[in-house]
Design a protein. Structure first.
Length: 579
């Protein structure tokens, strides 16, 4: 044991008037035995360290006691637990190994003590540490190393705020406690490490169990979703299965934000009027994932509830199968539309192909048509940007029909007598502007003519900028003229006969053109014309005289009457004379 180089008698210092030096050897042995018993029972590292410093301080009757642990990576030792230390700087002191009493004891060479720390030249002093010791008021320091199996793990130190020489018995007590404490600390640290390792293993086991559970749920969900997609590419069924697993509502929207499907069952009857609007439970979705196929963004899948990571993984699997369902449905729809397009062309004689009657009959029956049916051709005006989505809606709503798309309209060949009622319902439910031309009913051989009449009727509505459903058979000669006007093929000579009236009205803000139109529309009834124009009969007669001067004699008598009347009807269609 290393002791201070000057004796107490020579320096005149007190010789530990109290403490372990006045105790019997038997009492010290009993105290050490009790200490060993107490330390053996402790497993919590912090509680063990606190017990060591308190018991050591009590045994030696010192002002303070503290225990340090070595940090080999930094080459120093740091105070881990203390008792009786007043200043925070001292409680958190780090001492380089070999410096000061603490650093010297922590090297493990031997116990060491000094009665006057600040004046002891045998100690390697550190100015910063000396300032901390001075602030704490420490004079005497003594300690012993903590050694386990030849390895130094720290130091056990006692200190007093007065000069003091510790007796050999006191040094021996601290050394004995340090030996016991080193083993207890090492065991506690090992126990703590084992506990941490066990906890880490338990976490990993729980994580592995959770991952296994998630993988099992994903596999089971994949199996059910794949069955749903393979049986029928119904994206609503995919969402319903996903919602059942995640216990929340799901909604699939296209890239433009239009809702394609939800997990809620669709109980509406397509023949019913639009249902009143209600709040959307997914208006502000809590969790959203993208629905993609290769590099194509197909839409967005939204959940109504916030999802944790495992649940989000399940939602992403639902998104994968929703993409599959959309792609399968698209492929099936494209194949179906191609088949309908080919049948439509064959029914109307487009391309001049000679199709065997048996094959045509078989293909017609696929879409609920029969060769003996009375058929209608229906042309529905459709903006080019909305062509595909409207085809999808009409395909779902139309009964006993084939559909195909042209540049600006969808064409139906249908055997359903209630097609107009169904079409009006569909347009109202979807907020469409309805412009429809029709031709029929006609037998199978009359479909090409019915198709021409339907296109002519639709062209007339577009030319007149009117909405509604118009039968091409009601147009007569006017329809032919409007068709020519729409295509830009109407000869100017057909309407040139009324040009003098149009020019006169434009120059004088007169109303001769409309007067002539009503006159011919009412079969020359002056009284009816006066009623329609809110004029006196004499005024009407005066206008008719002016019209005769401009158009020449015989304008209202056959054969000129027909030409004039048709020209005025075309003018009415273009500018609305009768409105």
């Amino acid at each position: 044991m290393c002791v201070e180089h000057t004796s107490a008698e020579e320096s005149g210092e007190p010789t530990a008037a109290s403490g372990a030096s006045h105790r019997s050897r038997e009492e010290l042995l009993r105290v050490l035995l009790d200490t060993a018993t107490d330390l053996t029972a402790l497993r919590d590292v912090e509680a063990l360290l606190q017990a060591i410093v308190r018991r050591t301080r009590a045994i030696v009757v010192a002002d303070m006691a503290y225990i340090s642990l070595n940090d080999p990576a930094r080459g120093d030792t740091y105070i881990r637990r203390s008792d009786g230390v007043a200043t925070a700087a001292y409680r958190t002191l780090r001492m380089p190994l070999g410096a000061g009493v603490l650093g010297q004891v922590a090297t493990g060479l031997a116990p060491y003590q000094t009665s006057q720390y600040a004046e002891d030249d045998a100690i390697a002093h550190d100015p910063e540490v000396d300032e901390i010791v001075r602030a704490e008021g420490v004079h005497a320091i003594m300690g012993a190393p903590l050694t386990v199996a030849g390895k130094v793990i720290g130091a056990l130190i006692v200190a007093d705020r007065r000069p003091r020489r510790y007796s050999p018995e006191e040094v021996g007590v601290v050394e004995s406690v340090a030996a016991q404490a080193a083993v207890a600390i090492d065991n506690s640290l090992r126990f703590e490490e084992i506990a941490r390792h066990a906890e880490r293993l338990d976490r990993e086991q729980r994580r592995s169990a959770a991952e296994l559970t998630l993988a099992t749920r994903v596999l089971e969900l994949d199996r059910r979703l794949m069955d749903a997609v393979m049986v029928a590419p119904d994206v609503r069924r995919v969402l319903t299965l996903g919602a059942g697993v995640l216990d929340c509502d799901l909604r699939l929207s296209d890239p433009a934000g239009v809702v394609l499907a939800t997990s809620e069952p669709d109980r509406s009857d397509p023949r019913d009027p639009p249902a009143p609007s209600r709040p959307d439970p997914l208006e502000r979705p809590a969790t959203v994932v993208a629905v993609t196929a290769a590099t194509e963004h197909l839409g967005t899948l939204a959940a109504s509830a916030p999802l944790d990571e495992p649940e989000r993984a399940l939602l992403e699997r639902v998104a994968v199968h929703a993409a599959l369902a959309l792609l399968f449905a698209r492929a099936e729809e494209d194949a179906d539309l191609r088949g309908q397009h080919e049948l439509h062309d064959d029914l109307l004689g487009v391309g001049g192909r000679d199709v065997p009657r048996e094959r045509l009959d078989r293909r017609m029956r696929r879409w609920g048509l029969h060769p003996d049916d009375r058929l209608w051709c229906v042309a529905v005006a459709t903006p080019p940007a909305d062509l595909r989505p409207r085809l999808q809606v009409l395909r779902a709503a139309a009964a006993r029909s084939v559909l195909t798309a042209h540049e600006d309209h969808v064409c139906l060949v249908t055997a359903d007598p209630a097609w107009e009622e169904s079409l009006r319902r569909t347009a109202a439910r979807n907020g469409w502007r309805l412009r429809v031309g029709s031709g029929g009913p006609a037998p199978l051989g009359g479909l090409p003519d019915a198709h021409r009449r339907a296109q002519l009727a639709l062209g007339s509505l577009v030319t007149l900028d009117r909405d509604g459903v118009l039968d091409g058979g009601e147009l007569g000669m006017l329809g032919a003229l409007l068709g020519l006007a729409r295509s830009g093929e109407l000869p100017p000579s057909l309407t040139a006969g009324i040009d003098p009236l149009v020019a006169y009205d434009a120059e004088r803000s007169a109303d001769l053109t409309r007067t002539a139109f009503y006159y011919l529309e009412s079969d020359g009834n002056v009284a009816r014309v006066a009623e329609l124009l809110h004029l006196h009969r004499n005024t009407v007669r005066q206008r008719l005289e002016r019209i005769g001067l401009l158009l020449g004699p015989g304008w209202d008598v056959s054969p000129r009457r027909l030409d004039t009347h048709l020209a005025l009807r075309v003018r009415d269609a273009q500018v609305g004379l009768g409105r």
